[in-house]
Design a protein around this ligand. Sequence first.
Ligand code: GLU
Length: 420
Amino acid sequence: MSTAKDSAGQSPFDEVNARLDEAADLAGVPAEAMSLLKAPYREIQVQIPIFSNSHLRHFSGYRVQHNAARGPYKGGIRYHPHVDLEEVRALASLMTWKTALVNIPFGGAKGGVACDPSTLSESELYDLTTIFFSRLAMILGPSRDIPAPDMGTNAKVMGWAMAAYGKMNGHTPAVVTGKPLSLGGSLGREDATGKGVVIVTGQWARDNGLSLEGATVVVQGFGNVGSFAAFHFVDKGAKVIAVNDIKGAIRNDKGLDIEALMQYVAKTGTVAGFELSDELNSDEILLQKCDYLVPAALGGVITSENAGQINAKVVVEAANHPVTSDGEEILLKAGVEIIPDLIANAGGVTVSYFEWVQNIQQFAWNAERVSEELQRILGGGFAQVLEFAKENKVTLRQASFGLALRRVYEASKARGYIRL
Ligand code: GLU
């Protein structure tokens, strides 16, 4: 997510808050309660010194704990050069509403380190992670705050994070999710966000008398979320006709062979040059004609600048906050449906919840159980969004914020924090 302000002068955190204000009436939340519900509970910044090759550098790391009325803080840790407090704050707030919307017993948090992990050696990344998590350790814990992977981090980083926390607190697998299987990670966690994107899109299609079979899909970003979303779209009979990453974009009108592409990316590190495709100008990826456009990379990529040129029927927000408010206005006017991030990418945190449950119970589920429960929780959550949107004649995003806000408000009242 870029922290650049949009044309209305709004930062991503302002935008999330504007959407919450808009949903307050729908959720039945009194105006007086809104400023507390929008504000983060705690924000932490630490410095992470890295000494290597006789040089000392330091990186800034952040954790924002937004709201824990419904359960421990939950959310990923991002390693990316754009990370700053403003971005982390917006993403932490989104986690509060995401966990509430799928009704799992967590609050919302997010963290990150402003760094470019591709320029760090494995041992520098290990040091950075170990120091960062040691400095956060006193605010983490299975019943306090549970990090997970996000952009630029992965299972390996979560394994190191668990070990750093464990040195101070004893072996505690439930303190992070998205871990390697060998450390108590869950089956089905790696592809959970991408799989969830396709579960929700398929459900939207059915609700509109359509099917994913033969539908055309364009995926922007081919990282963990984008690649597995593409894989599961193809599994459901859709054609993924174009994808990109930071090094290039490719297209094949007959549908890309996603399994072969994933193998190619594992070897080369990029989709660029994949032999079973034509090259495409990366700037044009979002403008391709398709049924489903899936932004699965950074936030703030569909704005007032390009929204008028989008040629898709539905935008599925696999990334967090990929469409700015003024971009959304243009899309809605043009009749483009938006399946919002709060539900579209909630598959990841849902399987994180399963991982936490398995760690606490010290009992591992099989892949079928993970898959069934993901379908049940995410599908159930989206069914409520679809119904609430129809009943109240609002967009899917307004319905998502309305339902989530109501749940967090009810929990805050039940705790006695809000006596209104
Ligand atoms: N980083 C993911 C997200 O933004 C997953 C968070 C989690 O599993 O806690 O939803």
